[in-house]
Design a protein around this ligand. Structure first.
Ligand SMILES: [Zn+2]
Length: 106
């Protein structure tokens, strides 16, 4: 099955603690159906000192979000929308907005 959410997409979180927030997809893991979204679902990671110039402390980084908790933002609708698929005139499978039926992929 083709991926509904891809790297670089603008998505909205529709469930959980970060509900209603939007961000860009940084990385996808199609096997586990999770993505990393820029500045969303941040978790604190504790760093141990490594060597002389090793940094010690706490950094924040993105934790994976399951794609079922995300919806793709349609630029034309300016809203989170469901994604459908169709074949374009060259026979390629492209994503479409199920609301305005606009093509989401070039
Ligand atoms: Zn739309």
């Amino acid at each position: 099955m083709a991926a509904k959410i891809k790297k670089g997409d603008l998505v909205m979180v529709v469930a959980g603690r970060e509900r209603g927030k939007t961000g860009r997809v940084l990385r996808c893991d199609p096997q586990r159906a999770v993505v990393l979204v820029e500045r969303l679902n941040m978790v604190k990671r504790h760093l141990r000192a490594r060597g002389v110039q090793g940094r010690q402390g706490i950094i924040e980084k993105e934790a994976p979000i399951h794609i079922s908790n995300l919806m793709l933002m349609c630029e034309r609708c300016n809203a989170p929308v469901r994604v459908g698929f169709k074949l374009d005139h060259e026979g390629r499978r492209v994503r479409v907005c199920r609301r305005c039926h606009d093509q989401l992929d070039q």
